[in-house]
Every structure is written in structure tokens, then in C-alpha cells.
Design a protein around this ligand. Structure first.
Ligand code: ADP
Length: 715
């Protein structure tokens, strides 16, 4: 019964047909009065797990979250679907704060989001005395554990306050990253009462994970981005300086990028983040300061310029790709020397010895991830204690079909050199010896007299150092702890040196394109829908994803619904959105309809009854044509008719397709006509994106459609 209500809300409010893995169980647990600890991967749909119970339970539920901009997005999104919600955090001015508090006290909200820093004992006290609070949902619950990677002292106080509330509400804790240890800690620290624990698995099937080793990073990046022109992505770099460098590299190439790091002012950062959310810039180059609170669902790739210090951080950052469930890529550019940088940062850090040794061991695991030949998804879920996950089949390890190369000879050279240097030097010096360098210090130590001196002189010194790091990650060598780690043999080296064990290595020099990525499959209608969404969103002052996700637009483009009822069956369209945008969407779909708008079973009512759109006798696209022929430009027509520009463009193309006279020179810039025609000839018209990408940026889809229509290329 309860779950029926929840299903009803899922469809009515969010427009989704079915629950995702775990959601139903979690919601029924909460509705049946159980404290809950739920561990769901990023993008797994945690919010719905507490939002639906909050809607159904009487009173106001509290949501504790450290993510300020995420709160705003969620509250905006809830209001758009007709649920009363508000937030209290430091972004509010004093007057706004008081106003929200006042309304909250009167029980006006179903959900009240609160930042933990804003909470104090008296506030809890007065809220709990005046309000019916059925549920407290604690998001990012791993922040309560100091074993986690993101400990926040303000979370520690929560448990005490909750315990002292007059009527202790249900407590449901949510997180995406928690090892077993952290999960137990969360439960204890929050004093959950006999909680139902749900772990739905850490795997993110829509992510393709890759590690790229030994690439020329700059060249790699340029190519990578140029192949993904229209996609949103984040590039994480370890330091501010690197962020600046990468940012400059991209902007010099004319790519619209933004930068984000701790050295910029709050205003600059906020502005760049907004631009990114609104799709005004496609690529964000950032340190890990850019993170908490990014809830942009259509991030198509996250590229790490350097490795992170642990798997938790990596997976959390990489996991910002593909929250909307669409295929996305996570690429780690790995250079063994990055390990040194991270190690240095840990050594210089403020933690005590215990903390540092936990961090160093996490760093080693990260290094192993960067080196492993196992399925990368398996490696990660394994780390979080989950077993039995099948190989993903699309990470760089799974796709790596290269035959392992026998590198036993080189291994023997390196190992015996390390042995002779008696654990007194670091990797760099060993590499110099193998290279046969004339380095001053090397000569002072007389290392040029070793029998291994110059044994690998045919290789670049950097490659030798990489080779040594590989032997470390495979466990044949070890690095000491401390600021200047020295390298020495492990017990595993002996069988190799004695010729009893072979060393095989897969060499992955080149970068493989990951599987299944939708890089060029955009249909014209999909492109038009995106453009329409962007204009609408800009007019409303919200990011495009607030209106619809790409997946929803893609489904609309495929299904081409012709009525509000049909629109409602599209995933991601609930009653509120259909009400607000249905008419505009149907109009746009119609303008792309061509001959498929045959009269049978087409419920064209919403379009015909569209007061702005058409008179009884003249179809909408012909009205547009009249205005166009009267000399009006598309911008003006759009304004005059209260429609988006892409709709108007769609009308004109449709007129062209139907054989109406059009002044094509106003649609297709004369100087490009030939070039567009050639590109179409070469690429074909199945997909427009590759054509667009092959042409100068200033050529619009409209012009391309124009050429197709003018020359009747549709077949
Ligand atoms: P998390 O907080 O776990 O990272 P979110 O709650 O932000 O994930 O959900 C990720 C996305 O998945 C959101 O856009 C959400 O609307 C969508 N989503 C959640 N549950 C479902 C569902 N049952 N069906 C379809 N989409 C869903």
C-alpha cells in the first residue's frame, strides 16, 4: 500500500516509471519506520529515496547536506515539480534566512534542507518543539567518519542533537562512498537505531574507466577535446599552476573553458561554476576545490590530469560524470612521477603519523589502480568491499587486447642495479645509473663504476624511471616512506634475478577510444530540442538540465510524441513539466514532423489550439514562411511568434522540404554552400554532428539543414 503510494509519486512528480535498484526497498524501509543506512553509487538516485517519503509522511522532513549549491538545485527542482521545499545555509542573507525560518516554523515545507554548520542545539530544540519532523535524512553521511576521506567535524554533533529531540524522528543516512569500516563508523557515530542497511553496489555501468600511461598529455588532451566538441567535461589537475596551464592550453586552441581553484575569488569561482551549469562553457579545468556541490547531470567526461591521492577521491571526482545515467568517460592520465608529488603532499601535510600512514597506504592502492591490468571497475568495487561484480568489458583494461611482452631481461637489469645501490638512493638516481648519465652527484658517489652503469642507455631516462615505478607497483621493488624515498628490492625480486620467474608486461602506449560513447549520434530534432531547452532555460535563469536531461530529450527525439498524453509517457516528464513545457515541445516536434504528421492517430489538438501558433486555416510553419518572405529574420519571427528560434528554423526547413519557394541565400551563407555540400557528400546525412564538426564553427545546423533541403538530399 505504502509502496503503491510511493510508485504513484514517482510517476506523477518525477515522471519515472520504475524505481532503480534499491530505491523501493529503501523507501519502504523508511515508510515502515526503520532507521536506514543506504550506500548507493553517485547517480544511483539517493535523493528520491528521501524525497518521496518526505512527501508522503506528515510534517516537515529535514535534509542535512554539506553541499550548498546542490541544495539550491534540489530545492529549485522540487519546486518545479510542485513540492514545497526550502533551504537554510550560508548563502542566504539575514532577512531571507528569517523568512525561511518563519515559514518553516509554520510547517509550510515538506522538505527543509539545512547545512550542518547552520545547525546548533537551540535550533534543533525549537524546530523539534514546534514542528512535526517525521524524518531526518543525512546526505553525504561519510562526512561523519574520520576514516572517510572527507571528515567534517560539524557532522559529529548531529547525533547528540537528534538524540535530545523531544520526538526523535527517523534517521536515514546516505552516502556513495563508504568502505565497510566507514559504514560501521557512520552507523555508530549517528547512533542509528537498528538500521536497515542497503548497499546497492558501487559499480557505475554507464562509466567507461580508462588509465592512460605514457601519453603526451597535451597532445592527448587536444585530440580528446576536439573529438568531443559539444560535450561537457571536467578536467581535474592537482595544483593551481597546472590548472592555469591546462586552461591556457585550451583557450589558446579556441576552446571555451573555465578555471576553478582556491586562488580565485569567490565571485570568479561562482561565476565560472554558473557558466558551466548553464552550458555556456563546456570544459571546466579545476583542482579538487571544484567538487562539493556539482550536480550537473550531463557531464560526459571527467579527465584527471594527474592521479589523486586515493581511490575514494578518484571515484568521487570521476563519478561526477554521467549522473544522468548516460554513457560517460573517466580518464586518468597517469605518470609514475605523480606518485612522488602526492607522497610529498602527504608528508608535508598536517596529519599525525597514523593519519599519514593511512594516507600513504591509500596512495599505494591508487598507484596500483593506475597500473593494474585487471578490470578497472572491478578493482574499484573490490576496494569498497564488494565482490562478484563481472568485468565491465569497456574499461581500458578490458579493452586492452595487446599481447603481454616479455620484459624479463630489462627487469633483471633494473633489479640488479637497485640491488647494487644497496637501498641508499631514490628512483631518479637508479634511472640515471642505468642510463649512464654523467650527473655530478652520480660521479661523486662513484656510481659510474657499477657493473649496471649504462645498461639501459638506449632508453630515455624518464622511461627507465617509469619502468622502475612499474616494478614497484608490481611488488618487485619497494619505496621507503619519508620525504626522500629510497628504492630497494623485495623478496619477490629474487626469483626473477635467479631466472625462475618471467616478467610479462602489457604495453599500453596508445589511447583507446572507449566504447559506446554517443559522440555523433545526435539527430536534428535532438539538436533542436537542446537548443530550445537552452533558450528556455536562459529565459528562466536556470541551467538547462533543470528543465530536462539529455536522456529525456533524446527519448523525445526518438519517440516524437504528438500529444500531452504521449509526452507524459516519456521518462523524466511528470505532470508539472508537461503542463509547463508540453505545448512548446509539441510545437517543436511538429515543426520537424515532415510527412510523418499524417492525420491518423495524431492528436494534434495542443498544436492547433495553440493560440499563438496558428489560425484555423494556415498551418504554423506557413505563417512563419509568410513572415520570412516578408523579409523578417528568424530572430524577429521567433520573438514575434513567442517561439524559440530553432522552432522557427524547423518551420522553414519543413517548408523547403515541402517544396515551397525559399530564398536559400538567407539560410545558407553563399561562401560556405560548396563546403557544406562537400562535407555532406563525404560524410553522408545519417548523422549531422560529424558534418557540423567537419566544418568551421560558425556554420550552423540551420545552414546544414538548408543545404540538405535545398538539394533534396534526404533521399
Ligand atoms: P545521487 O544523489 O545518488 O548521486 P540523484 O538523486 O541525484 O543521485 O539521482 C541521479 C539522477 O537519477 C537524477 O537525475 C534523478 O532524477 C534520476 N533518477 C533517480 N531515480 C530514478 C528512477 N527511478 N528512474 C529514472 N531516473 C531516476
Amino acid at each position: 500500500m505504502l509502496i503503491e503510494q510511493a510508485r504513484g509519486a514517482l510517476k506523477r512528480v518525477y515522471g519515472y516509471d520504475s524505481f532503480r535498484k534499491g530505491q523501493e526497498d529503501i523507501i519502504s524501509g523508511i515508510m515502515n519506520g526503520r532507521d536506514t543506512l543506504a550506500i548507493l553509487p553517485t547517480g544511483g538516485g539517493k535523493s528520491i529515496c528521501y524525497q518521496i517519503p518526505a512527501m508522503l509522511l506528515p510534517g516537515t522532513s529535514l535534509v542535512i547536506s554539506p553541499l550548498i549549491s546542490l541544495m539550491k538545485d534540489q530545492v529549485d527542482a522540487l519546486r518545479r515539480v510542485g513540492v514545497s521545499a526550502a533551504y537554510l545555509n550560508s548563502s542566504l542573507g539575514a532577512a531571507e534566512y528569517r523568512e525561511v525560518m518563519r515559514s518553516a516554523m509554520q510547517g509550510e515545507y515538506k522538505l527543509l534542507y539545512v547545512a550542518p554548520e547552520r545547525l546548533d542545539a537551540p535550533m534543533f530544540q525549537s524546530l523539534s518543539e514546534q514542528l512535526a519532523i517525521p524524518l531526518i535524512a543525512i546526505d553525504e553521511a561519510h562526512c561523519v567518519s574520520q576514516w572517510g576521506h572527507d571528515f567534517r567535524p560539524s557532522y559529529r554533533q548531529l547525533a547528540g542533537w537528534i538524540a535530545r529531540m523531544t520526538n526523535r524522528p527517523l534517521v536515514a543516512a546516505f552516502t556513495a562512498t563508504a568502505t565497510n569500516e566507514v559504514a560501521i563508523d557512520i552507523s555508530e557515530m549517528l547512533r542509528l537505531r537498528d538500521p536497515s542497511v542497503f548497499v546497492t553496489g558501487f559499480a557505475r555501468p554507464n562509466l567507461s574507466l580508462s588509465v592512460v600511461t605514457g601519453a603526451d598529455k597535451k597532445k592527448f588532451l587536444e585530440r580528446f577535446i576536439s573529438e568531443r566538441k559539444d560535450q561537457s567535461g571536467i578536467i581535474y589537475a592537482a595544483t593551481r599552476k597546472e590548472v592555469e596551464n591546462v586552461y591556457e592550453l585550451l583557450t589558446r586552441r579556441g576552446i571555451q573553458a573555465g578555471k576553478y581553484h582556491g586562488g580565485l575569488s569567490d565571485a570568479e569561482r561562482a561565476q565560472t561554476q554558473e557558466k558551466f551549469r548553464f552550458d555556456d562553457i563546456r570544459v571546466m579545468v579545476a583542482t579538487n576545490a571544484f567538487g562539493m556541490g556539482i550536480d550537473k547531470p550531463n557531464v560526459r567526461y571527467v579527465l584527471h590530469w594527474q592521479m589523486t591521492s586515493d581511490i575514494e577521491s578518484y571515484y568521487q571526482e570521476a563519478g561526477r560524470a554521467g549522473r544522468d545515467g548516460e554513457e560517460s568517460e573517466c580518464i586518468l592520465l597517469f605518470e609514475p612521477a605523480d606518485m612522488q608529488v602526492q607522497r610529498f603532499l602527504i608528508e608535508q601535510g598536517t596529519g599525525d603519523t597514523d593519519r599519514k600512514s593511512i594516507q600513504l597506504s591509500k596512495l599505494h592502492t591508487m598507484m596500483n589502480y593506475s597500473r593494474t591490468q585487471r578490470c578497472l571497475q572491478q578493482f574499484i568495487v573490490d576496494y569498497f568491499g564488494e565482490t562478484g561484480v563481472e568485468a565491465c568489458g569497456k574499461c581500458s583494461s578490458c579493452l586492452d587486447k595487446s599481447e603481454p611482452v616479455n620484459r624479463t631481461d630489462e627487469a633483471k637489469m633494473a633489479l640488479s642495479c637497485v640491488g647494487r645501490m644497496k637501498g641508499r638512493f631514490g628512483v631518479t638516481m637508479v634511472a640515471k645509473v642505468l642510463k649512464g648519465s654523467r650527473d655530478k652527484r652520480l660521479l661523486e658517489f662513484g656510481l659510474d663504476r657499477l657493473s649496471t652503469y649504462g645498461l639501459m642507455r638506449h632508453l630515455p631516462e624518464k622511461e627507465i624511471a617509469d619502468w622502475l615505478y612499474w616494478l614497484v607497483s608490481e611488488g618487485y621493488l619497494k619505496l621507503s616512506e619519508g620525504q626522500y624515498p629510497v628504492v630497494s628490492l623485495t623478496a619477490n625480486a629474487l626469483p626473477v634475478l635467479e631466472g625462475r620467474e618471467l616478467i610479462m608486461q602489457r604495453v599500453r602506449a596508445t589511447v583507446k577510444q572507449t566504447a559506446n560513447l554517443d559522440t555523433g549520434a545526435a539527430s536534428p530534432l535532438f539538436e533542436a530540442l537542446k537548443q530550445w531547452r537552452k533558450e528556455k532555460a536562459a529565459a528562466e535563469g536556470v541551467p538547462p538540465f533543470m528543465l530536462f536531461f539529455d536522456a529525456t530529450l533524446r527519448e523525445i527525439a526518438n519517440a516524437q510524441p504528438r500529444s500531452v498524453e504521449q509526452l507524459l509517457s516519456v521518462k523524466g516528464i511528470g505532470a508539472a513539466k508537461a503542463d509547463k513545457y508540453g505545448e512548446g515541445l509539441l510545437e517543436l516536434i511538429h515543426s520537424f514532423g515532415g510527412e510523418s504528421t499524417a492525420s491518423h492517430d495524431v492528436e494534434a489538438k495542443p498544436i492547433i489550439s495553440n493560440k499563438r501558433a496558428s489560425t484555423e486555416e494556415t498551418p504554423s510553419h506557413l505563417l512563419t514562411l509568410e513572415l520570412f518572405q516578408a523579409g523578417q529574420e528568424t530572430d524577429n519571427i521567433a520573438k514575434a511568434r513567442g517561439m524559440s528560434k530553432v522552432t522557427i528554423e524547423g518551420h522553414l526547413i519543413r517548408c523547403g522540404d515541402e517544396g515551397h519557394e525559399l530564398d536559400w541565400s538567407r539560410i545558407i551563407p553563399a561562401e560556405y554552400e560548396q563546403q557544406i555540400a562537400e562535407a555532406i557528400h563525404e560524410i553522408g546525412i545519417e548523422k549531422l554532428r560529424p558534418i557540423k564538426d567537419a566544418l568551421p564553427e560558425e556554420i550552423s545546423y540551420f545552414a546544414i539543414h538548408g543545404v540538405i533541403s535545398k538539394y533534396r538530399l534526404k533521399g
